[in-house]
Design a protein around this ligand. Structure first.
Ligand SMILES: *[C@@H]1O[C@H](CO)[C@@H](O)[C@H](O)[C@H]1NC(C)=O
Ligand SMILES: [Ca+2]
Length: 465
């Protein structure tokens, strides 16, 4: 180390001053010739050097670095910009280097370590300065020693500062870790909030789109002059009287046969129906029509539940829609029939409903409620009262077979039927048995009718009848 060098340098100076031969510097004979002050000075110097060594050792210990073995050159301390993790490099006189690493998880403390390194460097500089000081002072031993002692005190202070720096650094690192954790928790919470907000936004968007589509559909469907109808016979139905003015017609409304949008309470989205406004005072909602065989009626459950065909032509309104209408109040049913001789007949039922007492009508099979027959076609439906609807793919009948498959229709079959208005369009007399559009009480089981129309309306108040 340089202290040894310092010592030999001082010794050299003393040699030069006292003109002592080089071979007798530390020999017994020579020492005797040395003055008392010279001895004292040497001892004090040794003490100073020892102190300096101790301080340096402390500094090195602070940097997790064990004191290097004695070498000839001064240790060169530098910050390391090249190597990834070593912040400070101590290069020893013999050319070997020692890297001082910092925790790679603590990226923000470079400046603190730089400060540490700076203090260390200045410490070494002040020690080196003594080297030149000693050259200039020569005889002023005492002054030199005093200033040396002062410097050593400064070094100790530096060492204390270093230690404090180091400890505050460690504390800072710990609190930084805690801060990071808090930050991560906060970030997680924020992400959750953002997610839930975006979910809500998505839901709102979907709802908005759905609402728009519905409103648009309603606007397109709604009759030009109409309020929201619960059925064809909504509100004040004008009976048999001839409308006096165009204003009356407008006010009473809905006096022509045709397509209307209705909005039953249990089907608020609404759907289109054909309204018969002429037969027996009008106000009938058509739920089934056969007239030309243009539509296939031999269909499955879903078709019969949802409805099919053309509202103005052959169609089945749908069990769902019939249910939604008939549960609004007391409904009656009228069935108009026509054969291929242009003969007509009708059957009327003062009570009608579908799935009236069902919690889940679809699951329950839309059971038929019918009663109070009147008309001239004969009753071919009362035996179906209380029966569930059967299609070729949903057997709810009392037969060991599927009546719908067997008679090529879909109906409230028992075992199996007295009427089969959803049967095949066989155009009059046929050889097959009961698989046409049959109304047995009028034309038997082997005559497929030309025309059939089922229609419903709320039962009129007796005083209005
Ligand atoms: C039935 O009526 C149509 C028109 O309404 C007519 O063309 C046809 O000849 C009639 N059929 C019979 C058998 O009277
Ligand atoms: Ca069956």
């Amino acid at each position: 180390m340089f202290f040894k060098k310092l010592f030999s340098f001082l010794s050299e100076k003393w040699k030069n001053r006292t003109l002592v031969p080089p071979d007798c510097v530390f020999s017994q004979t020579c020492l005797k010739r040395m003055s008392c002050s010279y001895l004292l000075c040497t001892i004090l110097l040794f003490v100073a050097v020892l102190l300096a060594v101790t301080v340096t050792g402390t500094i090195l210990f602070m940097n997790h670095y064990q004191a290097p073995p004695m070498s000839d050159g001064l240790p060169h301390i530098s910050t390391n910009q090249d190597e990834a993790n070593a912040l400070v490099t101590v290069e020893r006189g013999d050319g070997s280097r020692i890297n001082i690493f910092i925790d790679p998880n603590c990226p923000d403390y470079n400046s603190n370590f730089l400060r540490l390194e700076g203090v260390q460097t200045s410490l070494l500089h002040s020690l080196t300065d003594h080297d030149s000081d000693l050259k200039s002072v020569k005889g002023q031993d005492r002054a030199l020693l005093v200033s040396l002692a002062e410097e050593v005190a400064k070094l100790s202070a530096h060492a204390g500062q270093l230690k404090m720096d180091y400890e505050s650094l460690r504390r800072g690192q710990g609190s930084l870790g805690q801060d990071l954790k808090t930050l991560q928790t906060e970030q997680g919470r924020l992400l959750q909030v953002v997610n839930s907000v975006s979910d809500t936004l998505n839901a709102m968007q979907k709802e908005n789109v759905g609402l728009k589509a519905r409103v648009k559909a309603d606007l397109q469907r709604a009759p030009v002059r109409g309020a929201r109808l619960k059925g064809c016979s909504n509100g004040k139905r004008n009976k048999a009287h001839v409308p006096v003015t165009a204003g009356d017609l407008y006010a009473s409304g809905q006096r022509e046969d045709g397509i209307y949008s209705v909005f039953p309470v249990h089907h608020p989205a609404g759907f289109q129906v054909y309204c018969d406004m002429t037969t027996d005072g009008g106000g009938w909602t058509v739920i089934q029509r056969r007239e030309d065989g243009s539509v296939n009626f031999f269909r499955g459950w879903e078709s019969y539940r949802e409805g099919f065909g053309k509202i103005t032509g052959e169609h089945w309104l749908g069990l769902k829609q019939i249910h939604a209408l008939s549960i609004q109040g007391n409904y009656e049913l009228r069935i108009d029939l026509e054969d291929f001789e242009n003969s007509t007949a009708h059957a009327q039922y003062g009570t009608f409903g579908v799935g009236l007492f069902s919690v889940d009508p679809d699951d329950d099979g839309y059971p038929l409620t019918v009663g109070d027959y009147s008309g001239n076609a004969g009753d071919s439906l009362l035996k179906h009262n209380g029966m569930k609807f059967t299609t070729k793919d949903r057997d709810n009948d009392h037969s060991e077979n599927n009546c719908a498959s067997f008679y090529h229709g879909a109906w409230w079959y028992r075992n199996c039927h007295t009427s089969n208005l959803n049967g095949q369009y066989l155009r009059g007399q046929h050889t097959s048995y009961a698989d046409g559009i049959e109304w047995s009480s009028w034309t038997g089981w082997q005559y497929s009718l030309k025309f059939s129309e089922m229609k419903i309306r709320p039962t009129r108040d007796p005083e209005n009848k």
